[in-house]
Design a protein around this ligand. Structure first.
Ligand code: ZN
Length: 272
């Protein structure tokens, strides 16, 4: 499932393709919205933005809302090249003078009026979006120290989009590892310095994943591993998907756990 950094990168590509441009060709192959192409055809796209794991494309009268969920996939291609084929079912197509933007397989697609965006059940509950430059470490700290989060465990909280938006499974393992915290710790149990480090690490890891295409490992270490012949996939993370291999800090074997029904990898020595 794509997480915040991936959605924001998709949003960046779609913004380049569509924002401020007139769309000439629009297809909506999604039954509840059949025949609504006219709302966008020949119109200028005003704004493209990511909100949590949803993407919003603002037309003059309506906003297309698409949450990718497990299977949705955006493809952005320059018109100067042949469009790559896909076996997935096409849901949405927007064509500007320079690009073709397609969304495949998604099933959570809506048309909203501008004033309905903040009221949408998913968007209205989102916590701060850590990828956004405007979300700082202090904003994160202020939000997560609210009373309603105090007794909850970090392992579950990090997948709750109302806690922090855009964080998913690989980021959860990586943040907890770098913050030296076990998933069963509650917010209330954190000492002041642990809380601050958790907030700093959350910002740092998510920002790095956004800037370096899903790599959470420091660039120096990633480059060193690649030079040793490891694949991109094996060099991306500190702990996630590395169960049975050794921790880069202490050489203890990384363990795989199941927390909130999802995989979580951790170092039983570095994390307390
Ligand atoms: Zn370790």
């Amino acid at each position: 499932m794509p997480e915040g950094p991936e959605i924001h990168r998709a949003s960046d590509r779609i913004r380049t393709a569509l924002e401020g441009k007139k769309v000439f060709n629009v297809k909506i192959d999604f039954q509840p919205l059949a025949g609504m192409e006219y709302l966008f055809e020949g119109e200028v796209i005003e704004k493209v933005e990511a909100r949590g794991k949803a993407l919003l494309i603002h037309g003059p009268t309506r906003v297309l809302y698409a949450h990718s969920q497990l299977y949705g996939r955006w493809m952005v291609n320059s018109k100067s090249r042949t469009l790559p084929k896909s076996n997935r079912s096409l849901r949405i197509l927007f064509e500007s003078d320079t690009h073709v933007v397609r969304l495949f397989s998604a099933t959570d697609i809506l048309l909203l009026e501008h004033h309905e965006i903040e009221l949408h059940p998913y968007i209205s509950k989102l916590g701060p979006d850590v990828v956004l430059p405007s979300t700082g470490v202090m904003d994160i700290q202020h939000h997560i120290t609210q009373q309603r989060f105090q007794r909850r465990r970090l392992g579950g909280l990090l997948l709750d989009q109302g806690f922090l938006s855009g964080i998913g499974n690989y980021l959860r393992s990586e943040i907890l590892y770098k913050a030296n915290l076990l998933p069963q710790r509650t917010i209330a149990s954190l000492k002041q310095e642990e809380l601050l480090r958790f907030c700093e690490v959350t910002k740092e890891i998510v920002q790095r994943a956004y800037e370096h295409k899903g790599i959470t490992l420091s660039q120096e270490r990633y480059t060193a591993l690649r030079n040793q012949g490891l694949t991109h996939g094996a060099s991306r993370h500190y702990v996630f998907t590395r169960a049975g291999r050794t921790c880069y800090e202490c050489q203890t074997l990384i363990e795989r756990h199941n927390v909130s029904s999802r995989r979580l990898d951790l170092c039983p020595f570095c994390q307390v």
